[in-house]
Structures are given as C-alpha cells and as structure tokens.
Design a protein around this ligand. Structure first.
Ligand code: HEC
Ligand code: HEC
Length: 215
C-alpha cells in the first residue's frame, strides 16, 4: 500500500507536467495550412465576430482584444486552444468549437491582414514599463519583453503576439491570468514565467505602455 502511494505521488506531478499547454505544433505543414487561409471566406465568417471584435478587428470595448494586424499564426493557435480547452473562456470556447480548422485559418488570415489599431498618442510616459520592455530586470532574471515581442511590440514568428495598440484593459487582464495560471496555453511556459515575476503595478503600466505604442 505504502509503495502504491509513493509511486502515485511520484507519477502524478510528472503527468501534470506532461500535459501540453497547446495541441498546436508548428510543423511546416501546419504553418502552410494557416498561410494559405482564404481571406475572402474569413471576411464573410468574421460577421459573427464583429459585435465584440469590431467589423475590421478593432474592438469596441476595452475588455475585448483587437484582432486587426495580429499574426495569423497566433490567432489560429488561440482559436485551437479555446476549442481544445487549453485556453479557458466560456464565451470564446463556445464560439471556437463551431469553427472548422479551415474556418479558423480563413479568419486568422483575414483579421491579420487588417490595419492594426492605434490608440491616440498619450502624452503620459510609462518609465517603469519602458525599462522592463527594453532592459528587463536582471535581479529578477526577467528578459526584456522586446526580446520576444519585438521592437515596438510588433510580434514575432510564429506564436509571439503583437501587443502594440492592444487594449490596456485586455492586456492587463490576460497578464494577470498568466500570472495566476488561469491562462496557461503558452508553449514552454514562456509567458507564465515572465508574468509571475511582475508586480500588479508593473502589469497595469505595461498594459498602458503597449496600448499607446504604434507598430
Ligand atoms: C460576445 C463577444 C465575442 C464574440 C462574438 C467573439 N469574441 Fe473573440 N474574444 C472575446 C473575449 C471576451 C475574448 C478574451 C477572452 C480571454 O480572455 O481569453 C476574446 C478573445 C479572442 C481571441 C484571442 C485574442 C488574443 O489576443 O489572444 C481570438 C483569436 C478571438 N477572440 C477570435 C474571435 C473570432 C474569430 C470570433 C468570431 C468567429 C470571435 N472571437 C467572436 C469576445 C468575443
Ligand atoms: C521568452 C519570450 C517572451 C518574453 C520575454 C515575453 N513574452 Fe509575452 N508572450 C510570449 C509568448 C510565446 C506569448 C503567446 C502565448 C500563447 O501562445 O498564447 C506571449 C503572450 C503575451 C501576451 C498575450 C497577448 C494577447 O493578445 O493575448 C501579453 C499581454 C504579453 N505576452 C506581454 C508581455 C510583456 C509585457 C512582456 C515583458 C514584461 C513579455 N510579454 C515578455 C513570449 C514572451
């Protein structure tokens, strides 16, 4: 019996770790599948998204993320993650499950091709945020956001999203979700590790910083 309990204790954490954060694997085939998505079909399908994400992917409410100008591969991965239950949001999961993989690729290409949002320039200077973005923090082993998200928050292949112009409220909420582990669809925990090292104050400032950055 003791032996059984011991082996259960040893096996359980490994099983938890083995649970992948996403079912999407970026093979050449998968990349190409998204790349050749049909934007005309995507535009047609996007009518069901417009109430929340805006007609051209610029959301009307600060709580909803804008999708315009985002990397299609990132958008596609998020839709699959909602479908597979790797990213949890009741509303988006319900919707994503009604889409075929082809629909998801078509939508991703269409939204990705739309001009990105840019909020009106804000004269505020977010000094702390800018330091974290450009230099990181070596004491906390925090890499600069730029290393992954690129200069001006423009995103990077394949799955690192653009952040520039994104709604601050959404950015803050999703960073908090990475921090407390309710969002855990980042492959290799790349974002959870970063978010866990940030204070709530820094998260809030980073949200405004990126909202006001132009790609
Ligand atoms: C009723 C409102 C609503 C509708 C309609 C809706 N969404 Fe969403 N969407 C949301 C919300 C809220 C979130 C943020 C959820 C979260 O925090 O995970 C979101 C998140 C997303 C994301 C993740 C964005 C990111 O930056 O990570 C994608 C992609 C997305 N939606 C695509 C779509 C598509 C495509 C459609 C239409 C087929 C659609 N949504 C329809 C409300 C909506
Ligand atoms: C080691 C690379 C790496 C670093 C450094 C990094 N990120 Fe990320 N970030 C990612 C990846 C990868 C994702 C996408 C996760 C997924 O697949 O959903 C992401 C996603 C995000 C998102 C979600 C965007 C959306 O539309 O939902 C935000 C916000 C974000 N990062 C902010 C930051 C900030 C702010 C910093 C600096 C403090 C930072 N990141 C540093 C890799 C990184």
């Amino acid at each position: 019996m003791k032996k059984f309990i011991l082996s259960a204790v040893l096996i359980l954490p490994t099983a938890a770790l083995a649970q992948p954060s996403s079912q999407v694997a970026w093979t050449a085939e998968q990349l190409n599948f998204v790349k050749v998505g049909n934007p005309q079909k995507g535009q047609e399908l996007a009518k069901t998204c417009s109430a929340c994400h805006g007609e051209k992917g610029i959301s009307a409410s600060a709580a909803f993320p804008s999708l315009a100008g985002q990397l299609p591969t990132y958008l596609y991965k998020q839709l699959q993650d909602y479908t597979d239950g790797n990213r949890e949001n009741a509303l988006m999961a319900g919707l994503a499950k009604t889409l075929s993989k082809q629909d998801a690729a078509d939508l991703a290409v269409w939204f990705g091709s739309q001009p990105a949002a840019f909020q009106s320039p804000n004269p505020m200077v977010y000094e702390q945020a800018e330091k974290l973005v450009k230099n990181g923090n070596s004491e906390r082993v925090l890499p600069p956001c730029e290393v992954c998200h690129g200069g001006n928050g423009k995103g990077q292949v394949v799955d690192i999203p653009a952040l520039s112009g994104q709604n601050a409220d959404y950015l803050t909420a999703t960073l908090q979700a990475f921090k407390n582990g309710t969002r855990r669809n980042d492959i290799y925990s790349r974002m959870r590790i970063v978010a866990q090292a940030l204070t709530d104050q820094e998260i809030s400032e980073l949200g405004y910083y990126y909202q006001n950055i132009k790609k």
